[in-house]
Design a binder for this molecule. Structure first.
Ligand SMILES: *[C@@H]1O[C@H](CO)[C@@H](O)[C@H](O)[C@H]1NC(C)=O
Ligand SMILES: *[C@@H]1O[C@H](CO)[C@@H](O)[C@H](O)[C@H]1NC(C)=O
Ligand SMILES: *[C@@H]1O[C@H](CO)[C@@H](O)[C@H](O)[C@H]1NC(C)=O
Ligand SMILES: *[C@@H]1O[C@H](CO)[C@@H](O)[C@H](O)[C@H]1NC(C)=O
Length: 392
Protein backbone atom coordinates (compact mmCIF):
# COMPACT_ATOMS: atom_id res chain seq x y z
CA UNK A 1 0.00 0.00 0.00
CA UNK A 2 2.94 2.31 0.68
CA UNK A 3 4.14 2.07 -2.90
CA UNK A 4 0.79 2.36 -4.58
CA UNK A 5 0.43 6.17 -4.50
CA UNK A 6 3.83 6.54 -6.18
CA UNK A 7 2.65 4.53 -9.16
CA UNK A 8 -0.95 5.62 -9.34
CA UNK A 9 -1.38 8.92 -7.50
CA UNK A 10 -1.51 11.06 -10.64
CA UNK A 11 -3.41 8.77 -12.92
CA UNK A 12 -6.10 7.40 -10.70
CA UNK A 13 -9.32 9.32 -10.68
CA UNK A 14 -11.53 9.59 -7.66
CA UNK A 15 -14.00 7.13 -9.11
CA UNK A 16 -11.23 4.60 -9.65
CA UNK A 17 -10.13 5.09 -6.07
CA UNK A 18 -13.63 4.36 -4.88
CA UNK A 19 -13.74 1.33 -7.16
CA UNK A 20 -10.46 0.00 -5.78
CA UNK A 21 -11.58 0.64 -2.24
CA UNK A 22 -14.78 -1.24 -2.89
CA UNK A 23 -12.82 -4.06 -4.46
CA UNK A 24 -10.53 -4.16 -1.47
CA UNK A 25 -13.46 -4.30 0.94
CA UNK A 26 -15.08 -6.94 -1.21
CA UNK A 27 -11.95 -9.10 -1.09
CA UNK A 28 -11.75 -8.50 2.64
CA UNK A 29 -15.36 -9.51 3.18
CA UNK A 30 -14.96 -12.55 0.93
CA UNK A 31 -12.05 -13.49 3.06
CA UNK A 32 -14.05 -13.13 6.27
CA UNK A 33 -16.86 -15.08 4.71
CA UNK A 34 -14.27 -17.72 3.88
CA UNK A 35 -13.26 -17.98 7.55
CA UNK A 36 -16.81 -18.23 8.89
CA UNK A 37 -17.65 -20.90 6.34
CA UNK A 38 -14.21 -22.51 6.38
CA UNK A 39 -16.24 -25.67 6.68
CA UNK A 40 -19.75 -26.68 5.71
CA UNK A 41 -21.56 -29.60 4.14
CA UNK A 42 -20.43 -32.19 6.64
CA UNK A 43 -16.81 -30.99 6.67
CA UNK A 44 -16.81 -29.23 10.05
CA UNK A 45 -14.87 -31.06 12.71
CA UNK A 46 -15.22 -31.08 16.48
CA UNK A 47 -15.60 -27.53 17.86
CA UNK A 48 -15.52 -25.90 14.42
CA UNK A 49 -18.06 -23.11 14.05
CA UNK A 50 -21.26 -24.13 12.30
CA UNK A 51 -24.70 -22.83 11.52
CA UNK A 52 -26.66 -26.05 10.97
CA UNK A 53 -26.25 -29.72 11.84
CA UNK A 54 -25.52 -30.43 8.17
CA UNK A 55 -22.28 -28.45 8.42
CA UNK A 56 -20.88 -30.99 10.88
CA UNK A 57 -19.12 -34.25 10.05
CA UNK A 58 -20.71 -37.62 10.83
CA UNK A 59 -21.12 -38.21 14.56
CA UNK A 60 -21.31 -34.48 15.31
CA UNK A 61 -24.07 -31.87 15.42
CA UNK A 62 -24.28 -28.10 15.71
CA UNK A 63 -24.92 -26.83 19.23
CA UNK A 64 -24.20 -23.89 21.47
CA UNK A 65 -23.04 -24.21 25.05
CA UNK A 66 -22.24 -20.84 26.55
CA UNK A 67 -20.28 -22.50 29.36
CA UNK A 68 -17.86 -24.05 26.89
CA UNK A 69 -17.54 -21.78 23.85
CA UNK A 70 -18.98 -18.82 21.99
CA UNK A 71 -21.44 -19.23 19.14
CA UNK A 72 -22.47 -22.56 17.66
CA UNK A 73 -20.00 -25.34 17.17
CA UNK A 74 -19.94 -28.98 16.16
CA UNK A 75 -20.01 -31.30 19.14
CA UNK A 76 -20.36 -35.05 19.43
CA UNK A 77 -23.70 -36.73 18.91
CA UNK A 78 -22.67 -40.35 19.05
CA UNK A 79 -20.77 -42.86 21.10
CA UNK A 80 -18.23 -45.38 19.81
CA UNK A 81 -19.49 -48.93 19.78
CA UNK A 82 -17.02 -51.02 21.80
CA UNK A 83 -18.32 -54.31 20.41
CA UNK A 84 -17.51 -53.14 16.89
CA UNK A 85 -14.44 -51.04 17.59
CA UNK A 86 -12.72 -53.70 19.69
CA UNK A 87 -14.51 -56.99 20.23
CA UNK A 88 -17.54 -58.47 21.94
CA UNK A 89 -15.86 -61.42 23.57
CA UNK A 90 -15.71 -59.98 27.08
CA UNK A 91 -18.27 -60.23 29.91
CA UNK A 92 -21.23 -57.83 29.91
CA UNK A 93 -19.80 -56.11 33.01
CA UNK A 94 -16.53 -55.27 31.21
CA UNK A 95 -18.11 -52.49 29.19
CA UNK A 96 -19.62 -49.05 29.85
CA UNK A 97 -23.10 -48.17 28.61
CA UNK A 98 -24.40 -44.68 28.06
CA UNK A 99 -27.67 -44.39 30.01
CA UNK A 100 -30.46 -41.87 29.64
CA UNK A 101 -32.16 -40.77 32.86
CA UNK A 102 -35.96 -40.64 32.63
CA UNK A 103 -35.69 -41.64 28.98
CA UNK A 104 -39.46 -41.36 28.54
CA UNK A 105 -39.68 -37.74 29.78
CA UNK A 106 -39.18 -36.19 26.37
CA UNK A 107 -39.52 -32.52 25.55
CA UNK A 108 -42.32 -31.82 23.07
CA UNK A 109 -43.75 -35.32 23.40
CA UNK A 110 -47.43 -34.66 22.64
CA UNK A 111 -49.85 -35.32 25.47
CA UNK A 112 -51.45 -38.76 25.23
CA UNK A 113 -54.09 -37.94 27.84
CA UNK A 114 -57.05 -35.54 27.51
CA UNK A 115 -55.03 -32.96 29.50
CA UNK A 116 -52.00 -30.89 28.58
CA UNK A 117 -48.85 -32.12 30.27
CA UNK A 118 -47.50 -29.85 33.00
CA UNK A 119 -44.24 -31.31 34.21
CA UNK A 120 -40.52 -31.27 33.48
CA UNK A 121 -38.63 -33.28 30.88
CA UNK A 122 -35.18 -34.88 31.02
CA UNK A 123 -34.49 -35.72 27.38
CA UNK A 124 -35.13 -34.26 23.94
CA UNK A 125 -34.93 -37.21 21.56
CA UNK A 126 -37.37 -40.06 21.06
CA UNK A 127 -36.42 -43.36 22.67
CA UNK A 128 -35.59 -44.68 19.18
CA UNK A 129 -33.16 -41.78 18.68
CA UNK A 130 -31.69 -42.26 22.15
CA UNK A 131 -30.89 -45.87 21.26
CA UNK A 132 -28.54 -44.57 18.57
CA UNK A 133 -26.00 -44.30 21.36
CA UNK A 134 -27.60 -45.13 24.69
CA UNK A 135 -27.78 -48.79 25.68
CA UNK A 136 -29.59 -48.38 28.98
CA UNK A 137 -32.84 -46.55 29.74
CA UNK A 138 -34.18 -45.45 33.12
CA UNK A 139 -37.96 -45.64 33.13
CA UNK A 140 -40.51 -44.82 35.85
CA UNK A 141 -43.42 -47.25 35.57
CA UNK A 142 -46.89 -46.71 37.09
CA UNK A 143 -50.37 -48.15 37.04
CA UNK A 144 -52.35 -45.60 35.05
CA UNK A 145 -55.48 -45.65 32.94
CA UNK A 146 -55.87 -49.42 33.43
CA UNK A 147 -52.42 -50.04 31.98
CA UNK A 148 -48.72 -49.42 32.62
CA UNK A 149 -47.47 -45.93 31.80
CA UNK A 150 -44.19 -44.03 32.08
CA UNK A 151 -44.75 -40.97 34.15
CA UNK A 152 -43.40 -38.43 36.61
CA UNK A 153 -45.27 -38.63 39.88
CA UNK A 154 -46.28 -36.68 42.91
CA UNK A 155 -46.41 -38.91 45.99
CA UNK A 156 -46.02 -42.08 43.95
CA UNK A 157 -49.10 -41.43 41.79
CA UNK A 158 -49.14 -40.78 38.07
CA UNK A 159 -51.48 -37.97 37.00
CA UNK A 160 -52.93 -36.99 33.63
CA UNK A 161 -50.71 -33.92 33.59
CA UNK A 162 -47.52 -35.85 34.40
CA UNK A 163 -48.05 -38.94 32.20
CA UNK A 164 -45.81 -39.25 29.15
CA UNK A 165 -46.56 -42.49 27.34
CA UNK A 166 -48.12 -45.92 27.62
CA UNK A 167 -45.32 -48.38 28.35
CA UNK A 168 -46.33 -50.55 25.40
CA UNK A 169 -45.42 -47.79 22.92
CA UNK A 170 -41.93 -47.35 24.35
CA UNK A 171 -41.45 -51.12 24.62
CA UNK A 172 -42.34 -51.49 20.94
CA UNK A 173 -39.66 -48.95 20.03
CA UNK A 174 -37.12 -50.96 22.03
CA UNK A 175 -38.28 -54.18 20.36
CA UNK A 176 -37.80 -52.61 16.93
CA UNK A 177 -34.27 -51.57 17.89
CA UNK A 178 -33.35 -55.05 19.15
CA UNK A 179 -34.77 -56.77 16.10
CA UNK A 180 -32.96 -54.40 13.72
CA UNK A 181 -29.67 -54.56 15.64
CA UNK A 182 -29.08 -58.26 16.35
CA UNK A 183 -25.72 -57.77 18.09
CA UNK A 184 -26.81 -55.05 20.51
CA UNK A 185 -27.90 -55.37 24.14
CA UNK A 186 -30.28 -53.04 25.97
CA UNK A 187 -30.70 -52.67 29.74
CA UNK A 188 -33.84 -51.23 31.35
CA UNK A 189 -33.74 -49.87 34.88
CA UNK A 190 -37.28 -49.55 36.15
CA UNK A 191 -38.32 -47.32 39.01
CA UNK A 192 -41.26 -49.57 39.52
CA UNK A 193 -44.58 -48.49 41.07
CA UNK A 194 -46.69 -51.01 39.19
CA UNK A 195 -48.90 -52.99 41.59
CA UNK A 196 -51.06 -54.76 39.01
CA UNK A 197 -50.12 -58.46 39.10
CA UNK A 198 -48.05 -59.27 35.99
CA UNK A 199 -48.70 -55.73 34.77
CA UNK A 200 -45.16 -55.35 33.47
CA UNK A 201 -44.88 -58.93 32.22
CA UNK A 202 -47.98 -58.40 30.13
CA UNK A 203 -46.40 -55.37 28.44
CA UNK A 204 -43.07 -57.16 27.87
CA UNK A 205 -44.97 -60.04 26.32
CA UNK A 206 -47.24 -57.93 24.11
CA UNK A 207 -44.36 -55.85 22.80
CA UNK A 208 -42.37 -58.93 21.82
CA UNK A 209 -39.60 -58.07 24.31
CA UNK A 210 -39.94 -61.39 26.19
CA UNK A 211 -38.20 -62.95 23.17
CA UNK A 212 -34.97 -61.19 24.19
CA UNK A 213 -35.27 -61.77 27.91
CA UNK A 214 -32.08 -62.37 29.89
CA UNK A 215 -33.09 -64.83 32.65
CA UNK A 216 -32.56 -63.88 36.28
CA UNK A 217 -31.10 -67.35 36.90
CA UNK A 218 -28.05 -66.43 34.80
CA UNK A 219 -27.27 -63.20 36.63
CA UNK A 220 -24.24 -63.43 38.93
CA UNK A 221 -25.00 -62.88 42.64
CA UNK A 222 -21.56 -63.09 44.26
CA UNK A 223 -19.36 -60.82 42.24
CA UNK A 224 -18.72 -63.20 39.37
CA UNK A 225 -18.49 -61.93 35.82
CA UNK A 226 -21.60 -61.74 33.70
CA UNK A 227 -21.81 -63.90 30.55
CA UNK A 228 -19.83 -62.78 27.51
CA UNK A 229 -21.54 -60.36 25.13
CA UNK A 230 -20.95 -62.81 22.28
CA UNK A 231 -22.77 -65.57 24.21
CA UNK A 232 -25.65 -63.28 25.14
CA UNK A 233 -25.98 -62.39 21.46
CA UNK A 234 -25.84 -66.04 20.38
CA UNK A 235 -28.61 -66.95 22.85
CA UNK A 236 -30.59 -63.81 22.02
CA UNK A 237 -30.52 -62.85 25.72
CA UNK A 238 -30.26 -59.20 24.74
CA UNK A 239 -32.66 -57.45 27.09
CA UNK A 240 -31.69 -57.04 30.74
CA UNK A 241 -34.38 -55.66 33.02
CA UNK A 242 -34.02 -54.50 36.61
CA UNK A 243 -36.87 -53.49 38.91
CA UNK A 244 -36.74 -51.46 42.11
CA UNK A 245 -39.49 -53.65 43.61
CA UNK A 246 -37.90 -56.59 45.42
CA UNK A 247 -40.96 -58.85 45.26
CA UNK A 248 -41.05 -58.92 41.46
CA UNK A 249 -37.98 -61.10 41.26
CA UNK A 250 -40.03 -63.91 42.83
CA UNK A 251 -43.37 -63.15 41.28
CA UNK A 252 -42.42 -62.13 37.74
CA UNK A 253 -38.79 -63.11 37.29
CA UNK A 254 -37.69 -59.47 36.97
CA UNK A 255 -34.29 -58.95 38.59
CA UNK A 256 -34.25 -56.85 41.76
CA UNK A 257 -31.77 -54.15 40.91
CA UNK A 258 -29.95 -54.00 44.28
CA UNK A 259 -29.05 -57.68 44.19
CA UNK A 260 -26.84 -57.07 41.17
CA UNK A 261 -25.52 -53.53 41.15
CA UNK A 262 -24.24 -50.73 43.30
CA UNK A 263 -25.38 -47.20 42.54
CA UNK A 264 -24.33 -43.76 43.70
CA UNK A 265 -26.62 -41.01 44.99
CA UNK A 266 -28.71 -39.41 42.26
CA UNK A 267 -29.76 -35.75 41.96
CA UNK A 268 -28.02 -32.79 43.58
CA UNK A 269 -26.70 -35.00 46.38
CA UNK A 270 -24.65 -36.91 43.82
CA UNK A 271 -23.00 -33.83 42.32
CA UNK A 272 -20.57 -32.70 45.02
CA UNK A 273 -17.14 -32.74 43.45
CA UNK A 274 -14.86 -35.33 45.05
CA UNK A 275 -17.71 -37.20 46.77
CA UNK A 276 -19.39 -40.38 45.60
CA UNK A 277 -21.52 -42.43 47.98
CA UNK A 278 -24.17 -45.08 47.49
CA UNK A 279 -27.85 -44.22 47.39
CA UNK A 280 -29.65 -45.71 50.38
CA UNK A 281 -31.13 -48.67 48.50
CA UNK A 282 -27.70 -49.76 47.26
CA UNK A 283 -24.97 -51.70 49.02
CA UNK A 284 -21.79 -49.66 49.56
CA UNK A 285 -20.14 -48.85 46.23
CA UNK A 286 -17.14 -51.02 47.05
CA UNK A 287 -19.25 -54.17 47.59
CA UNK A 288 -17.72 -56.33 44.91
CA UNK A 289 -20.40 -58.99 45.30
CA UNK A 290 -22.43 -56.72 43.06
CA UNK A 291 -20.79 -57.01 39.65
CA UNK A 292 -22.29 -53.89 38.10
CA UNK A 293 -21.55 -50.24 38.93
CA UNK A 294 -24.17 -47.64 38.10
CA UNK A 295 -23.24 -43.94 38.20
CA UNK A 296 -25.79 -41.11 38.10
CA UNK A 297 -24.78 -37.55 37.26
CA UNK A 298 -27.70 -35.17 36.91
CA UNK A 299 -29.39 -32.58 39.14
CA UNK A 300 -32.60 -33.12 41.12
CA UNK A 301 -34.50 -30.78 38.79
CA UNK A 302 -33.50 -31.25 35.15
CA UNK A 303 -31.70 -28.22 33.77
CA UNK A 304 -31.24 -28.19 30.02
CA UNK A 305 -29.16 -24.99 30.19
CA UNK A 306 -26.50 -26.34 32.55
CA UNK A 307 -26.58 -29.88 31.17
CA UNK A 308 -23.88 -29.13 28.59
CA UNK A 309 -21.44 -28.26 31.33
CA UNK A 310 -22.52 -31.01 33.71
CA UNK A 311 -22.21 -33.67 31.00
CA UNK A 312 -18.64 -32.60 30.18
CA UNK A 313 -15.62 -32.27 32.50
CA UNK A 314 -17.81 -32.52 35.63
CA UNK A 315 -19.07 -35.93 34.55
CA UNK A 316 -15.55 -37.14 33.75
CA UNK A 317 -14.35 -36.02 37.18
CA UNK A 318 -17.22 -37.76 38.96
CA UNK A 319 -16.52 -40.99 37.09
CA UNK A 320 -12.93 -40.83 38.30
CA UNK A 321 -14.07 -40.14 41.89
CA UNK A 322 -16.58 -42.99 41.81
CA UNK A 323 -13.98 -45.35 40.35
CA UNK A 324 -12.01 -45.04 43.58
CA UNK A 325 -15.09 -45.25 45.81
CA UNK A 326 -16.24 -48.38 44.00
CA UNK A 327 -13.04 -50.21 44.95
CA UNK A 328 -11.21 -49.29 41.75
CA UNK A 329 -14.04 -50.28 39.47
CA UNK A 330 -15.13 -48.20 36.50
CA UNK A 331 -18.78 -47.51 35.88
CA UNK A 332 -20.84 -49.84 33.72
CA UNK A 333 -23.69 -47.37 33.41
CA UNK A 334 -23.31 -43.59 33.00
CA UNK A 335 -26.71 -41.94 33.53
CA UNK A 336 -27.33 -38.35 32.44
CA UNK A 337 -30.09 -35.90 31.48
CA UNK A 338 -30.13 -34.31 27.99
CA UNK A 339 -27.52 -36.85 26.93
CA UNK A 340 -26.50 -35.05 23.71
CA UNK A 341 -25.72 -31.74 25.38
CA UNK A 342 -22.06 -31.02 26.04
CA UNK A 343 -19.27 -28.57 25.30
CA UNK A 344 -17.51 -31.03 23.00
CA UNK A 345 -17.40 -34.72 23.79
CA UNK A 346 -19.82 -34.93 26.70
CA UNK A 347 -21.32 -38.20 27.85
CA UNK A 348 -20.17 -39.84 24.59
CA UNK A 349 -16.54 -39.07 25.27
CA UNK A 350 -17.00 -40.07 28.93
CA UNK A 351 -18.34 -43.45 27.79
CA UNK A 352 -15.43 -43.88 25.36
CA UNK A 353 -13.05 -43.00 28.19
CA UNK A 354 -14.56 -45.56 30.56
CA UNK A 355 -14.59 -48.22 27.83
CA UNK A 356 -10.90 -47.54 27.26
CA UNK A 357 -10.28 -48.10 30.97
CA UNK A 358 -12.39 -51.25 31.03
CA UNK A 359 -11.09 -52.85 27.87
CA UNK A 360 -7.40 -51.99 27.77
CA UNK A 361 -6.54 -49.72 30.68
CA UNK A 362 -6.12 -46.76 28.33
CA UNK A 363 -7.66 -43.28 28.49
CA UNK A 364 -10.04 -43.85 25.62
CA UNK A 365 -11.32 -46.81 23.66
CA UNK A 366 -9.73 -45.34 20.53
CA UNK A 367 -6.33 -45.91 22.06
CA UNK A 368 -6.80 -49.65 22.68
CA UNK A 369 -4.71 -51.82 20.40
CA UNK A 370 -6.97 -54.10 18.37
CA UNK A 371 -7.06 -57.59 19.91
CA UNK A 372 -4.39 -56.64 22.39
CA UNK A 373 -4.03 -58.36 25.72
CA UNK A 374 -1.01 -56.27 26.65
CA UNK A 375 -3.03 -53.29 27.86
CA UNK A 376 -0.67 -51.16 25.79
CA UNK A 377 -2.10 -47.91 24.48
CA UNK A 378 -1.64 -46.48 21.00
CA UNK A 379 -1.83 -42.85 20.02
CA UNK A 380 -5.40 -41.80 19.38
CA UNK A 381 -6.88 -43.63 16.42
CA UNK A 382 -9.49 -41.27 15.12
CA UNK A 383 -9.48 -41.90 11.36
CA UNK A 384 -8.85 -38.25 10.64
CA UNK A 385 -11.89 -37.27 12.64
CA UNK A 386 -11.36 -35.08 15.66
CA UNK A 387 -13.15 -36.58 18.65
CA UNK A 388 -11.56 -34.73 21.48
CA UNK A 389 -11.37 -31.19 22.66
CA UNK A 390 -7.59 -31.36 23.00
CA UNK A 391 -7.18 -32.80 19.49
CA UNK A 392 -6.50 -29.83 17.23
C1 LIG B 1 -47.75 -64.03 26.26
O1 LIG B 1 -48.86 -63.86 25.42
C2 LIG B 1 -49.29 -65.07 24.81
C3 LIG B 1 -50.39 -64.76 23.79
O2 LIG B 1 -50.95 -63.53 23.96
C4 LIG B 1 -49.75 -66.02 25.89
O3 LIG B 1 -50.18 -67.24 25.32
C5 LIG B 1 -48.61 -66.27 26.85
O4 LIG B 1 -49.03 -67.07 27.92
C6 LIG B 1 -48.07 -64.96 27.38
N1 LIG B 1 -46.86 -65.23 28.17
C7 LIG B 1 -46.66 -64.68 29.35
C8 LIG B 1 -45.39 -65.04 30.04
O5 LIG B 1 -47.44 -63.91 29.88
C1 LIG C 1 -19.76 -61.66 49.27
O1 LIG C 1 -20.14 -62.99 48.99
C2 LIG C 1 -19.39 -63.95 49.73
C3 LIG C 1 -19.77 -65.34 49.22
O2 LIG C 1 -21.16 -65.46 49.13
C4 LIG C 1 -19.66 -63.74 51.22
O3 LIG C 1 -18.90 -64.64 51.96
C5 LIG C 1 -19.29 -62.30 51.60
O4 LIG C 1 -19.63 -62.07 52.94
C6 LIG C 1 -20.01 -61.31 50.70
N1 LIG C 1 -19.52 -59.97 50.98
C7 LIG C 1 -20.33 -58.94 51.21
C8 LIG C 1 -19.68 -57.62 51.44
O5 LIG C 1 -21.53 -59.07 51.26
C1 LIG D 1 -8.71 -59.47 15.80
O1 LIG D 1 -9.26 -60.76 16.08
C2 LIG D 1 -10.28 -61.13 15.20
C3 LIG D 1 -10.90 -62.46 15.71
O2 LIG D 1 -10.01 -63.16 16.53
C4 LIG D 1 -9.69 -61.26 13.79
O3 LIG D 1 -10.71 -61.63 12.88
C5 LIG D 1 -9.13 -59.90 13.39
O4 LIG D 1 -8.51 -59.99 12.14
C6 LIG D 1 -8.11 -59.42 14.41
N1 LIG D 1 -7.69 -58.07 14.09
C7 LIG D 1 -6.42 -57.66 14.13
C8 LIG D 1 -6.17 -56.22 13.77
O5 LIG D 1 -5.51 -58.37 14.48
C1 LIG E 1 -10.89 -58.63 23.00
O1 LIG E 1 -10.27 -57.48 23.55
C2 LIG E 1 -9.69 -57.69 24.80
C3 LIG E 1 -9.17 -56.35 25.30
O2 LIG E 1 -8.29 -55.76 24.41
C4 LIG E 1 -8.61 -58.74 24.71
O3 LIG E 1 -8.12 -59.00 26.00
C5 LIG E 1 -9.17 -60.02 24.11
O4 LIG E 1 -8.12 -60.95 23.90
C6 LIG E 1 -9.85 -59.73 22.79
N1 LIG E 1 -10.45 -60.94 22.28
C7 LIG E 1 -10.43 -61.25 20.99
C8 LIG E 1 -11.06 -62.55 20.60
O5 LIG E 1 -9.96 -60.53 20.15
Amino acid sequence: MEAAPVYFSFSISLSKMVFLQTLFLLILSLDFHGVAASCSNGKCKLLDECSTNKDCAAGLYCFSCSFGFSGSRCIRSSVSNPFKLLNNSLPFNSYAYLTTHNSYAIDNEPSHTPFPRITFSNQEDSVTEQLNGARALMLDAYDFDGDVWFCHSFGGICFEITAFSAAIDTMREIETFLSMNPTEIVTLILEDYVQAPNGLTKVFNESGLLNYWFPVSEMPRNGEDWPLISDMVAKNHRLIVFTSMASKQETEGIAYQWNYMVENQYGNGGMYSGLCSNRVESAPLNDKNKSLVFINYFPTLPNNYEACEQNSAELMNMLQTCYHKAGNRWANFLAVDFYKRSNGGGAFQATDMVNGKHLCGCDDIHTCLPNSTSRACTAMRSNGRKFFIYEK
